[in-house]
Structure formats: C-alpha cells, structure tokens
Design a protein around this ligand. Structure first.
Ligand SMILES: Nc1ncnc2c1ncn2[C@@H]1O[C@H](COP(=O)(O)OP(=O)(O)OP(=O)(O)O)[C@@H](O)[C@H]1O
Ligand SMILES: [Mg+2]
Length: 238
C-alpha cells in the first residue's frame, strides 16, 4: 500500500435528522485512482462535500496527509491541494471556455508557472484550447466535462475528486475522459472517482469502494469487474 494521502474514518454526515453518511471508512494512497460507487442516495456526493468542508461533519475523522481537515473552510482545503469536479460540472454557460478555466486559478497557491500547467492541461484536453474563445454553454456535455476537469487542475491539486464525470456521456467520450485521468495520475495527482456506473469503474480504478446507505459495504479490484455475481451483490446485497 502506498502512503495514505486521504483517510476517512467513521464519517457521519446528517442533513438535519436525515443520516446521509453513516460510519464510512476509506483511505486513498498517494498516486492511486480509487473508485467510489453506489446507487442513488448512497451518500457519494455527501462524502465528497465533507472532504471539501462543504457540509458539516457530525462525527468521525478526515485526514489529508496525516492532518485533520475537519472544520477547515473550503477555500483553505482547496489551497492545501484538494480539488473537486462537482456533479453537474457547474460550468458558467455565458462565460467563454477561457474565462471558465481562469476561475480555477482562485484555488491556486502560487501564480507562478501557470503557462506550463496550461500547456499540460491543453495537451490532456485539446478542446479546451481549441474552443477557448467560445461560449462554454455551446460545448457538448463531454467537452464541458473536460473543461470542468481542466478548471480543477489549474488549481494544481495533489488530490482530484470527481463526482460522476461520466454522467450523460457517450462511451467513447467516457474513454477520452478516463484516459486523461490515467495521464493526470501519471502527472502525480491522486484521484478519487465517484461513479454510478459500477462495472466500468471497478474495471478502471486500482480499487473501488462500494457505498450503500452511507456505509462502505465492500472493496473491489479490477478482477471483480468480470465477476457478475459479485457486481450484483455489490449493488443489491445488504
Ligand atoms: N441538501 C440535502 N438536504 C437534505 N438531504 C440531502 C441533501 N443532499 C442529499 N441528501 C440526502 O442524503 C442522502 C445521500 O445523498 P447523496 O447526494 O450524497 O447521494 P449520492 O450517492 O451522491 O446519490 P446520486 O447518485 O443520486 O448522486 C440521500 O438520502 C439524499 O436524499
Ligand atoms: Mg451524487
């Protein structure tokens, strides 16, 4: 196991009286791509929001490189090196692609070497360069997703969290995005990939946790992706 980069230990998050995450425990090692799958309402997005300090933690610990980040404001967490590509992308339709991208600079600690990072990002996602003057609302869903990831990367995170990046994308586009995730990891970024599409996620990530009802139910490896029984159990088992 590589050094743990992010650790969640016994996490509880509630919305009012409604429990959304219940004692979830997981860890992500440096340089890993870890999957987190589960059905609607399992608590995937809530777990990511808790990591970003965007929802209050009722109980449990969250550590980034060994230090607690519970109670730290979101901007500070971003500057410490964690970035989220949110569910639904949150692209500003009326702004250009370049303007959307520049919004990510807010989360960056140093304004040095931006050009070098931009070159790297353009290499990963050529559409972001090619369409930089275009209104972002005119891009396709897949292109917007690439822009959303690019915007997160410009903050220079060491950990990248993605919430259902494949949602609504055609399989060939998902392939493009995931190939980029492989390259992003090679560039030294640790990745937590939240998805509903269990089988392709389990096949792609180094390890994948299955979340159900706010609790981690099992951990799967790429070999399990071909094991239909195990995949069904992962989703419907109690
Ligand atoms: N803002 C909120 N207020 C109240 N309850 C919420 C809120 N957001 C989520 N919940 C509830 O918390 C639970 C977990 O939701 P969450 O969005 O984390 O699930 P998810 O796994 O991301 O689901 P999906 O796959 O649909 O995105 C669900 O029961 C949901 O209804
Ligand atoms: Mg969600």
């Amino acid at each position: 196991m590589p050094e743990p980069m992010l650790e969640i230990d016994g996490l509880d998050v509630r919305y009012g009286a409604v429990p959304a995450v219940r004692g979830a425990t997981l860890s992500i090692g440096q340089g890993e791509i870890v999957g987190l799958v589960g059905p609607n309402g399992a608590g995937k997005s809530t777990t990511l929001l808790a990591l970003m300090g965007a929802v209050p933690v009722a109980d449990g610990a969250i550590r980034f490189e060994g230090r607690s980040i519970v109670g730290i404001p979101t901007e500070k967490i971003v500057r410490q090196g964690i970035a989220l590509v949110p569910e639904g992308r949150h692209i500003f339709d009326h702004l250009t692609v370049a303007e959307n991208l520049r919004l990510g600079l807010v989360g960056r600690q140093s304004k040095q070497d931006v050009d070098a990072d931009l070159e790297w990002i353009y290499g990963l996602f050529p559409v972001v360069r090619d369409f930089r003057r275009r209104q972002a609302g005119l891009l396709s869903g897949g292109q917007q997703q690439q822009l959303a990831i690019a915007r997160a990367l410009i903050a220079r995170p060491r950990v990248l969290l993605l919430d259902e990046p494949s949602l609504g994308l055609a399989p060939s586009v998902v392939e493009t995005v995931w190939q980029a995730l492989g390259e992003i990891r090679s560039g030294g970024v640790t990745i937590l990939l939240v998805e509903q599409r269990a089988q392709i996620t389990v096949g792609f990530a180094d390890r994948t946790y299955v979340l159900g009802n706010g609790t981690i139910k099992m951990e799967l490896t790429p070999r399990d992706a071909q094991d239909t029984e195990r995949m069904v159990e992962a989703y419907f088992g109690s």
